[in-house]
Ligand binder design. Structure first.
Ligand code: ADP
Ligand code: ADP
Ligand code: MG
Length: 500
């Protein structure tokens, strides 16, 4: 066993803190890196050592592979944890770390590259009897041929970027007449966002639920799944509310999807924590979407229903330890919900609403967990993802977790920016959500300006929001190979996505 003594966390905010807490419990020293915009951030204060790696833009700091690895060497770091976003799905980083003799806490670079391309991933699992969304299994090169395939599959269809992630690079095409134009736009978008214009076609599933399975694999060939998370409440194809278990899965379907997820992980020799994403249609047919080769934002709900610490599991796997449990040892206990508390205005198309947290008081009490990276008076920086916190509640039943979430939202006091707390309350109180009868179109179907009582934003703040969205967009890694990118498009983009 290769005991890890010091970990550098190549990330910021709540996830950097989350990782350091588990390291601390294991007696492992921690190193934080930070940008000039994050000098006073909590993750910097929490770490045993902290090093500024550059300017505020991600490209000048959190994405600088060479600088980060130099810090590792200088401070005698044994392992690097990438968190989510940033370098977490960057095979070159995993490779460079290994070459420098530093353990990358995550899968092998080959698994990352394979699953970073949605098309390569589908090809890799083709022999494992995994249900796929009907569509093309190759990048589209001939528009006329692609149109024929689209007609055979049946409109509406979805054009997707193979290298896409974070909900970006997807276009719904309602009818054949719009195909060519949408196709061109999709390719352009894929090139500019991911540096890779490969796109393919999937049948557009009308009212799907997003169900994903958490997997863990060790270096001894053991792979287990930790059941599902449902992440159907989304804006811009991005998750806002997640839960475990799903309200719709039967034990039989759960076992079946779990086995498929393990097969997907096996197909790419998966080591570490990963997530296999599926869509579930109205007839409870499921289809493989993609695999995310990292710790997921919404991993806490799985921790609460299984009692496992996923970061500790990742570290133990990276040290070469075998998993200490088998599939049959795992059980679901209770129900957990997560609300991503973003500095966004739900009444203004969920656009970022950046500013100072003039009041910031966390909820407390039984069954409430807050993973955040802020204190009262801090600014939400315009350079990064505008997530303030993850509010997670646990209950013996789904109804109890929901009631607890409503109570916790009422206790949470945030002023200075608009947040998704109001939206969270709306969802928790909505009959469709409470009854479990909802899908990824929840926001489209039920949520609008009339759903909340608006607090009018002064004009200056609206300008700041659009500016923040723009800067975040500019700061995103341009050549990310995979689903590492979360996008907060400008308003015009958002409208385009909706109407297409
Ligand atoms: P998940 O399936 O884990 O929710 P997402 O596709 O939402 O994954 O993306 C993961 C997260 O990574 C985002 O929510 C965001 O917080 C973070 N992220 C992605 N790209 C960046 C970036 N360039 N800068 C900061 N954070 C980012
Ligand atoms: P990303 O890499 O951006 O996370 P995914 O393939 O995981 O892309 O899809 C993200 C979301 O987009 C899904 O959760 C779902 O809401 C929607 N989506 C993706 N594919 C389809 C499809 N074929 N039909 C309907 N919705 C889809
Ligand atoms: Mg996805």
């Amino acid at each position: 066993m290769n005991k890890i003594r010091k970990i550098l966390v190549a990330n910021r905010g709540e996830i950097a803190l989350r990782v350091m807490r588990s390291a601390k419990e294991m007696g492992i020293k921690t190193v934080a890196i930070y940008s000039e915009a994050d000098r006073n951030a909590l993750h910097v204060r929490y770490a045993d050592e902290a090093v500024c790696v550059g300017g505020p833009k991600s490209a000048d700091s959190y994405l600088k592979i060479d600088t980060i690895l130099e810090v590792c060497k200088k401070l005698a770091v044994d392992a690097v944890h990438p968190g989510y976003g940033f370098l977490s799905e960057n095979a070159a980083f995993a490779q460079a770390a290994a070459a420098a003799g530093i353990i990358f806490i995550g899968p092998e670079p080959e698994s990352i590259s394979l699953m970073g391309s949605k098309l390569a991933a589908k090809a890799a699992v083709a022999n494992y009897n995994i249900p796929m969304v009907p569509g093309t299994d190759q990048a589209i090169t001939d528009i006329a041929e692609a149109k024929n395939i689209a007609e055979r599959v049946g409109f509406p269809i979805l054009i997707k970027a193979s290298a896409g992630g974070g909900g970006k690079g997807m276009r719904v095409v309602e009818e054949a007449g719009a195909f060519e134009e949408q196709m061109q736009l999709a390719v352009n978008e894929a090139v500019s966002a991911f540096g890779d214009g490969a796109v393919f076609i999937e049948k557009y599933i009308g009212s799907p639920r997003h169900i994903e399975i958490q997997v863990l694999g060790d270096t001894h060939g053991n792979i287990v799944h930790l059941f599902e998370r449902e992440c159907s409440i989304q804006r811009r194809h991005q998750k806002v509310i997640e839960e475990a278990p799903s309200a719709v899965l039967t034990p039989a379907l759960r076992a079946q999807m779990g086995q498929c997820a393990v097969a997907v992980a096996r197909a790419c020799n998966y080591v570490g924590a990963g997530t296999v994403e599926f869509l579930l249609d109205e007839n409870l047919q499921f289809y493989f979407l993609e695999m995310n080769t990292r710790l997921q934002v919404e991993h806490p709900v799985t921790e609460l229903i299984t009692g496992l610490d996923l970061v500790k599991e990742q570290i133990k796997i990276a040290q070469g330890e075998p998993l200490s449990f088998k599939q049959e040892d795992l059980e679901i206990s209770g129900h957990a919900l997560e609300l991503r508390v973003y500095a966004e205005d739900p009444l203004n198309n969920f656009l970022p609403d950046i500013g100072r947290l003039t009041t910031y008081k966390r909820p407390q009490g039984l069954g409430v967990r807050v993973d955040d990276g802020f204190e009262e008076g801090m600014e939400v920086p315009i350079y990064y993802d505008p997530m303030i916190a993850k509010l997670i509640t646990y209950g013996q039943t789904r109804a109890e977790a929901i009631d607890r979430m409503i109570r916790a939202i009422a206790e949470y006091q945030i002023t200075g920016v608009q947040t998704t707390l109001t939206f969270g309350k709306f969802v928790m109180e909505h009959e469709a959500f409470r009854s479990g009868n909802f899908d990824t179109k929840f926001i489209q179907n039920y949520f609008g300006p009339e759903s909340l009582i608006p607090t009018p934003a002064p004009e200056a703040e609206q300008v700041a929001a659009v500016l923040a969205a723009f800067i975040y967009e500019q700061a995103r890694p341009q050549t990310a190979a995979s689903g590492t990118i979360s996008n907060h498009p400008t308003e015009s983009n958002w409208k385009k996505n909706r109407s297409s």
